[in-house]
Ligand binder design. Structure first.
Ligand code: BTN
Length: 242
Protein backbone atom coordinates (compact mmCIF):
# COMPACT_ATOMS: atom_id res chain seq x y z
CA UNK A 1 0.00 0.00 0.00
CA UNK A 2 1.36 3.43 -0.94
CA UNK A 3 0.72 5.93 1.82
CA UNK A 4 1.28 9.64 1.32
CA UNK A 5 3.67 10.50 4.14
CA UNK A 6 3.82 14.01 5.65
CA UNK A 7 6.22 15.23 8.33
CA UNK A 8 5.45 18.06 10.73
CA UNK A 9 7.66 19.89 13.20
CA UNK A 10 4.83 20.63 15.58
CA UNK A 11 1.10 19.95 15.39
CA UNK A 12 -1.72 19.89 17.92
CA UNK A 13 -2.23 16.18 17.26
CA UNK A 14 -1.64 13.99 14.21
CA UNK A 15 -5.09 12.51 14.95
CA UNK A 16 -6.46 15.96 14.02
CA UNK A 17 -4.22 16.94 11.10
CA UNK A 18 -4.77 13.67 9.29
CA UNK A 19 -8.56 14.13 9.30
CA UNK A 20 -8.36 16.43 6.27
CA UNK A 21 -5.85 14.24 4.38
CA UNK A 22 -6.79 11.96 1.51
CA UNK A 23 -6.33 8.31 2.40
CA UNK A 24 -4.09 6.37 2.48
CA UNK A 25 -1.94 8.78 4.46
CA UNK A 26 0.52 8.91 7.33
CA UNK A 27 1.25 12.01 9.42
CA UNK A 28 4.40 12.04 11.55
CA UNK A 29 5.14 14.78 14.08
CA UNK A 30 8.34 15.80 15.85
CA UNK A 31 6.17 17.27 18.61
CA UNK A 32 2.49 17.51 19.50
CA UNK A 33 1.03 20.24 21.69
CA UNK A 34 -2.25 18.40 22.32
CA UNK A 35 -1.34 14.74 21.96
CA UNK A 36 -4.38 12.56 22.56
CA UNK A 37 -4.27 9.37 24.63
CA UNK A 38 -6.87 6.73 25.43
CA UNK A 39 -9.89 7.60 27.58
CA UNK A 40 -9.56 11.31 26.70
CA UNK A 41 -6.17 11.55 28.40
CA UNK A 42 -3.30 13.72 27.19
CA UNK A 43 -0.36 12.07 25.44
CA UNK A 44 2.75 14.04 26.33
CA UNK A 45 4.65 14.56 23.09
CA UNK A 46 7.71 16.77 23.66
CA UNK A 47 9.99 17.48 20.66
CA UNK A 48 12.02 14.46 19.60
CA UNK A 49 11.18 12.41 22.70
CA UNK A 50 8.98 9.89 20.99
CA UNK A 51 7.45 8.48 17.86
CA UNK A 52 4.14 10.19 17.17
CA UNK A 53 2.24 9.25 14.05
CA UNK A 54 -1.22 8.59 12.64
CA UNK A 55 -2.26 6.45 9.71
CA UNK A 56 -5.50 6.93 7.80
CA UNK A 57 -7.06 4.34 5.52
CA UNK A 58 -10.08 2.12 5.10
CA UNK A 59 -10.70 -1.59 5.47
CA UNK A 60 -13.43 -3.92 4.26
CA UNK A 61 -14.31 -6.41 6.98
CA UNK A 62 -16.06 -9.73 6.39
CA UNK A 63 -17.84 -9.32 9.75
CA UNK A 64 -18.48 -5.82 11.02
CA UNK A 65 -18.09 -6.89 14.67
CA UNK A 66 -14.42 -7.54 13.97
CA UNK A 67 -13.96 -3.78 14.10
CA UNK A 68 -14.15 -4.03 17.90
CA UNK A 69 -10.71 -5.67 17.96
CA UNK A 70 -8.89 -3.22 15.75
CA UNK A 71 -7.09 -1.38 18.55
CA UNK A 72 -5.85 -4.73 19.88
CA UNK A 73 -4.59 -5.60 16.39
CA UNK A 74 -2.72 -2.29 16.21
CA UNK A 75 -1.11 -2.74 19.64
CA UNK A 76 -0.24 -6.34 18.76
CA UNK A 77 1.39 -5.19 15.53
CA UNK A 78 3.64 -2.72 17.39
CA UNK A 79 4.45 -5.38 20.00
CA UNK A 80 5.40 -7.93 17.33
CA UNK A 81 7.58 -5.38 15.54
CA UNK A 82 9.45 -4.53 18.75
CA UNK A 83 9.73 -8.18 19.84
CA UNK A 84 11.18 -9.01 16.41
CA UNK A 85 13.82 -6.39 17.27
CA UNK A 86 14.49 -8.58 20.36
CA UNK A 87 12.78 -6.24 22.80
CA UNK A 88 10.62 -8.01 25.36
CA UNK A 89 7.61 -5.74 24.93
CA UNK A 90 4.32 -6.83 26.51
CA UNK A 91 0.71 -5.98 25.81
CA UNK A 92 -1.49 -4.76 28.61
CA UNK A 93 -5.13 -4.98 27.65
CA UNK A 94 -6.82 -3.06 26.14
CA UNK A 95 -3.98 -1.63 24.04
CA UNK A 96 -0.97 -0.53 26.08
CA UNK A 97 2.64 -1.40 25.32
CA UNK A 98 4.70 -2.28 28.36
CA UNK A 99 8.36 -2.96 28.95
CA UNK A 100 9.67 -4.17 32.32
CA UNK A 101 6.39 -3.24 34.07
CA UNK A 102 6.42 0.28 32.68
CA UNK A 103 4.39 1.91 29.95
CA UNK A 104 6.33 2.33 26.72
CA UNK A 105 3.56 3.39 24.40
CA UNK A 106 0.02 2.94 23.23
CA UNK A 107 -2.32 3.15 20.30
CA UNK A 108 -5.55 4.93 19.55
CA UNK A 109 -8.09 3.95 16.88
CA UNK A 110 -10.87 6.18 15.58
CA UNK A 111 -13.43 4.60 13.30
CA UNK A 112 -16.06 5.77 10.93
CA UNK A 113 -18.37 3.28 9.21
CA UNK A 114 -18.94 3.92 5.52
CA UNK A 115 -21.33 1.10 4.88
CA UNK A 116 -21.92 -2.21 6.61
CA UNK A 117 -18.48 -3.59 5.78
CA UNK A 118 -16.15 -0.72 4.93
CA UNK A 119 -14.62 1.24 7.76
CA UNK A 120 -12.58 4.41 7.52
CA UNK A 121 -10.10 4.43 10.33
CA UNK A 122 -7.42 6.60 11.83
CA UNK A 123 -4.80 4.78 13.81
CA UNK A 124 -2.48 6.70 16.15
CA UNK A 125 0.73 5.25 17.54
CA UNK A 126 2.75 6.81 20.33
CA UNK A 127 6.03 5.28 21.54
CA UNK A 128 8.18 7.06 24.11
CA UNK A 129 11.85 7.39 23.26
CA UNK A 130 12.48 8.83 26.70
CA UNK A 131 10.12 8.38 29.62
CA UNK A 132 8.19 11.62 30.22
CA UNK A 133 9.43 13.04 33.53
CA UNK A 134 5.91 13.88 34.68
CA UNK A 135 4.60 10.35 34.17
CA UNK A 136 5.11 7.64 36.75
CA UNK A 137 5.82 4.06 35.60
CA UNK A 138 6.80 5.07 32.07
CA UNK A 139 9.80 4.05 30.03
CA UNK A 140 11.30 4.86 26.63
CA UNK A 141 12.77 2.99 23.67
CA UNK A 142 16.07 4.89 23.54
CA UNK A 143 16.51 4.43 27.27
CA UNK A 144 16.01 0.67 26.80
CA UNK A 145 18.12 0.12 23.68
CA UNK A 146 20.66 2.90 24.38
CA UNK A 147 20.39 3.61 20.65
CA UNK A 148 18.98 6.49 18.68
CA UNK A 149 15.85 5.27 16.96
CA UNK A 150 15.42 5.89 13.26
CA UNK A 151 11.77 6.92 12.96
CA UNK A 152 11.52 6.41 9.20
CA UNK A 153 12.74 2.82 9.40
CA UNK A 154 10.50 2.02 12.36
CA UNK A 155 7.41 3.42 10.63
CA UNK A 156 8.25 1.67 7.34
CA UNK A 157 8.52 -1.62 9.25
CA UNK A 158 5.29 -0.94 11.11
CA UNK A 159 3.41 -0.29 7.86
CA UNK A 160 4.77 -3.49 6.40
CA UNK A 161 3.50 -5.52 9.36
CA UNK A 162 0.23 -3.56 9.56
CA UNK A 163 -0.79 -4.13 5.94
CA UNK A 164 -0.18 -7.87 6.30
CA UNK A 165 -1.95 -8.15 9.65
CA UNK A 166 -4.91 -6.07 8.49
CA UNK A 167 -5.48 -8.26 5.42
CA UNK A 168 -5.78 -11.34 7.67
CA UNK A 169 -7.89 -9.45 10.22
CA UNK A 170 -10.31 -8.28 7.50
CA UNK A 171 -11.12 -11.92 6.72
CA UNK A 172 -11.10 -13.53 10.14
CA UNK A 173 -10.84 -10.88 12.86
CA UNK A 174 -8.48 -11.58 15.73
CA UNK A 175 -8.90 -15.37 15.58
CA UNK A 176 -5.47 -15.85 13.98
CA UNK A 177 -3.82 -13.49 16.46
CA UNK A 178 -5.08 -14.55 19.89
CA UNK A 179 -2.13 -16.96 20.35
CA UNK A 180 0.37 -14.23 19.50
CA UNK A 181 -1.41 -11.89 21.90
CA UNK A 182 -1.04 -14.49 24.66
CA UNK A 183 2.69 -14.74 24.03
CA UNK A 184 3.03 -11.01 24.79
CA UNK A 185 0.19 -10.76 27.32
CA UNK A 186 1.22 -8.76 30.40
CA UNK A 187 -1.92 -9.80 32.28
CA UNK A 188 -1.96 -13.50 31.42
CA UNK A 189 -2.79 -15.63 34.49
CA UNK A 190 -2.56 -12.59 36.75
CA UNK A 191 -5.41 -11.89 39.13
CA UNK A 192 -7.08 -8.90 37.61
CA UNK A 193 -9.71 -6.64 39.10
CA UNK A 194 -11.76 -4.43 36.83
CA UNK A 195 -14.82 -2.23 36.94
CA UNK A 196 -17.53 -2.70 34.34
CA UNK A 197 -20.90 -0.91 34.49
CA UNK A 198 -20.17 0.16 38.08
CA UNK A 199 -19.64 -3.45 39.11
CA UNK A 200 -16.29 -4.85 40.25
CA UNK A 201 -15.05 -8.22 38.98
CA UNK A 202 -11.92 -10.15 39.99
CA UNK A 203 -10.55 -13.19 38.24
CA UNK A 204 -7.62 -14.75 36.52
CA UNK A 205 -6.85 -13.13 33.19
CA UNK A 206 -7.02 -15.56 30.26
CA UNK A 207 -6.12 -13.51 27.19
CA UNK A 208 -8.49 -12.03 24.63
CA UNK A 209 -11.31 -13.40 22.50
CA UNK A 210 -11.77 -13.02 18.73
CA UNK A 211 -13.25 -9.55 19.21
CA UNK A 212 -10.52 -8.18 21.47
CA UNK A 213 -12.48 -8.57 24.74
CA UNK A 214 -10.55 -9.49 27.90
CA UNK A 215 -11.37 -12.97 29.23
CA UNK A 216 -11.48 -13.46 32.99
CA UNK A 217 -12.01 -16.69 34.86
CA UNK A 218 -13.81 -15.47 37.97
CA UNK A 219 -13.19 -16.87 41.43
CA UNK A 220 -16.52 -18.75 41.23
CA UNK A 221 -15.30 -20.56 38.09
CA UNK A 222 -17.42 -18.57 35.60
CA UNK A 223 -15.75 -17.20 32.47
CA UNK A 224 -16.63 -13.69 31.32
CA UNK A 225 -15.41 -11.46 28.52
CA UNK A 226 -15.21 -7.68 28.95
CA UNK A 227 -15.12 -5.05 26.24
CA UNK A 228 -12.95 -1.92 26.33
CA UNK A 229 -15.45 -0.12 28.56
CA UNK A 230 -14.06 -2.15 31.43
CA UNK A 231 -11.32 -0.45 33.35
CA UNK A 232 -8.63 -2.40 35.17
CA UNK A 233 -8.07 -1.19 38.72
CA UNK A 234 -5.76 -3.82 40.18
CA UNK A 235 -3.37 -6.57 39.04
CA UNK A 236 -1.73 -9.23 41.20
CA UNK A 237 0.67 -11.91 40.11
CA UNK A 238 -0.36 -15.40 41.28
CA UNK A 239 1.47 -16.43 44.43
CA UNK A 240 1.05 -20.18 43.98
CA UNK A 241 3.54 -20.46 41.14
CA UNK A 242 0.80 -21.07 38.54
C1 BTN B 1 -2.51 5.74 24.84
O1 BTN B 1 -3.08 6.54 25.59
O2 BTN B 1 -1.95 4.76 25.28
C2 BTN B 1 -2.52 5.98 23.35
C3 BTN B 1 -1.54 7.01 22.96
C4 BTN B 1 -1.56 7.32 21.47
C5 BTN B 1 -0.68 8.51 21.18
C6 BTN B 1 -0.49 8.76 19.71
S1 BTN B 1 0.85 9.83 19.38
C7 BTN B 1 0.36 9.95 17.71
C8 BTN B 1 -1.14 10.06 17.72
N1 BTN B 1 -1.52 11.45 17.91
C9 BTN B 1 -2.13 11.64 19.07
O3 BTN B 1 -2.53 12.75 19.48
N2 BTN B 1 -2.25 10.49 19.73
C10 BTN B 1 -1.68 9.39 18.98
Amino acid sequence: MDYKISYFDEVSSTMQTIKSADKPAIHIAHAQTKGMGQYGRTWLSPPGKGLYFSLKNDVVLSNQDYVLGMAQLAALTVAKLLNDMTLDVKLKWPNDLYYANKKLGGVLVELEGVDKQTHNYILGVGINFEAPVAVEHATGLEAITKNVIDKKTLIAQFVNYWDKHLAIFAKSGLKTFTGLWQSYDYLLKKNTTLVYNNETFTGQSRGIDDFGCLKLCLDNGASLSFNHQASIIDINSPTNGE
